[in-house]
Design a protein around this ligand. Structure first.
Ligand code: ASP
Length: 336
C-alpha cells in the first residue's frame, strides 16, 4: 500500500535530499551518484507574492489576511487577523468558539504563531479565551518564553485584558452529548478536521505563520496536539519558507512535520515535494496497527511564493489567495 523511497542524509538536515519515489517524485541519482533534490511541483503553484495560504476551505480568513497585507501590514499581523476569523466562527467545530470539547465536555485550545525573525509564541490547553492566537502573539512579543500552558496561559491572557467566555456552543454541546451516548471507548474522532494553519508572505517578502485549533474532538482531558508545537504544527524560516499541518496531531508530532518540510525546502525540494516527503514519512513509519488511516495534511510556501499541499488520505483541501484569486483547491494525497 505504501510507496517506498530511500532516504539519504547528507551532512546536515538542511542538506537533505532524496532518492526515488516511484511515481510522485522526480528525483534521480546524478552520474556521480549524488541524489538530486526533489523538485516535483504542484500544478497549481506559481511564484508570486504577496500570498496567503491556509489549510481547509477558509476563504474569509485568507481574504482578511490579504486585506491586512494590502494595507501594508506585516505578514505576522495578516496571519493573526486571518485566523481570528475562524476562531470566532461558531460553525467551525475544530477551532475556537464552537470547537468540539474534550471527553469531559471542556473546550481547550492550542495555538502558535511565528514571525519573520524566527520569533515564536504558543499557548496550549487554554480555556475560555476567544482568540488564543492573540495570546500566543503576546507570549511571543511580550514575554521571554515561547509557550504558556493551561492555567498559566489563562492567567497571562487575563493579565493582558482578555475576558473569559464560554466557547461551548449549543451545537457543539449537542454533538458532544450525542458522542457520549454513542462512544464509551477512548477513541478520538479522527474525522473532525478544520484546524486553520495559515502562512503568508507580505509586500516586503517576509514570511509568517499561525496555527490555531480546539484539537482532536473528544480527546482525553489534558491532551495537547501538534498545532501549538513549533516545528510540528507550524514552522517558519524567513530565508526558506514555511509549513503548517492539520490532521491527527500525534502523527505530526512524531515526525516534527512542519520543521521537516521547511528543512527539505532548504535542501532544495519544492514545497510540493517537501510536503509529499513529510506525509510519506508518516505513512511508512507510523500507521501500523491503525484500522483505517487517519488524515494528515501539510501546506507549504517557499520564498518565491510557490506552494505545495499533500495529505495522507483523500479529502484535504486548502485555500490560497494570490494575485486577484482567492480559491479553494483539492490536495493530492498519498493513500490511493
Ligand atoms: N492537528 C490538530 C490536533 O491534532 C487537529 C486537526 O488538525 O484536526 O490537535
Amino acid at each position: 500500500m505504501f510507496k517506498r523511497r530511500n532516504f539519504l542524509k547528507k551532512s546536515f538536515l538542511g542538506a537533505i535530499a532524496l532518492s526515488t519515489a516511484a511515481t510522485a517524485c522526480q528525483s534521480e541519482d546524478t552520474p556521480s551518484g549524488e541524489p538530486e533534490p526533489l523538485n516535483n511541483s504542484n500544478p497549481n503553484s506559481i511564484a508570486g507574492t504577496p500570498v496567503v495560504i491556509a489549510t481547509w476551505p477558509h476563504e474569509p480568513a485568507t481574504a482578511e489576511a490579504m486585506r491586512v497585507i494590502t494595507e501594508s501590514g506585516r505578514a505576522v499581523e495578516a496571519v493573526e487577523s486571518g485566523v481570528k476569523v475562524v476562531e470566532a466562527d461558531p460553525d467551525d467545530t475544530s477551532v475556537g468558539y464552537g470547537g468540539l470539547p474534550d471527553r469531559s465536555g471542556v473546550v481547550t485550545l492550542d495555538a502558535c504563531i511565528m514571525d519573520e525573525t524566527g520569533n515564536a509564541g504558543s499557548v496550549t490547553y487554554l480555556q475560555n479565551i476567544l482568540h488564543p492566537i492573540s495570546v500566543a502573539r503576546l507570549v511571543m512579543d511580550e514575554t521571554p518564553h515561547v509557550m504558556l500552558s493551561g492555567a498559566g496561559a489563562l492567567a497571562f491572557a487575563k493579565s493582558k485584558g482578555f475576558e473569559e467566555t464560554n466557547l461551548l456552543t449549543e451545537g457543539s454541546k449537542a454533538a458532544y452529548e450525542k458522542w457520549l451516548a454513542d462512544h464509551q471507548d477512548p477513541a478520538v474522532d479522527e474525522d473532525q478536521h478544520d484546524t486553520i494553519g495559515m502562512l503568508a508572505i507580505d509586500r516586503q517578502g517576509n514570511i509568517s505563520g499561525a496555527c490555531t485549533t480546539s484539537g482532536a474532538a473528544y480527546k482525553l482531558p489534558g491532551r495537547v496536539g501538534d498545532s501549538p508545537i513549533i516545528g510540528a504544527g507550524l514552522f517558519v524560516d524567513n530565508e526558506v519558507g514555511a509549513a503548517t499541518a492539520t490532521g491527527l496531531g500525534e502523527l505530526v508530532m512524531k515526525t516534527l512535520g512542519s520543521f521537516l518540510v521547511v528543512e527539505l525546502m532548504r535542501g532544495g525540494a519544492s514545497p510540493q515535494a517537501a510536503c509529499e516527503e513529510a506525509v510519506r514519512r508518516i505513512s511508512e513509519k507510523h500507521l501500523a496497527g491503525m484500522s483505517s488511516p487517519p488524515q494528515v495534511g501539510f501546506i507549504a510556501i517557499n520564498k518565491k511564493g510557490e506552494h505545495g499541499a499533500y495529505s495522507l488520505t483523500k479529502g484535504f483541501r486548502y485555500t490560497i489567495y494570490q494575485g486577484d484569486a482567492n480559491k479553494v483547491l483539492d490536495s493530492e494525497f498519498e493513500l490511493k
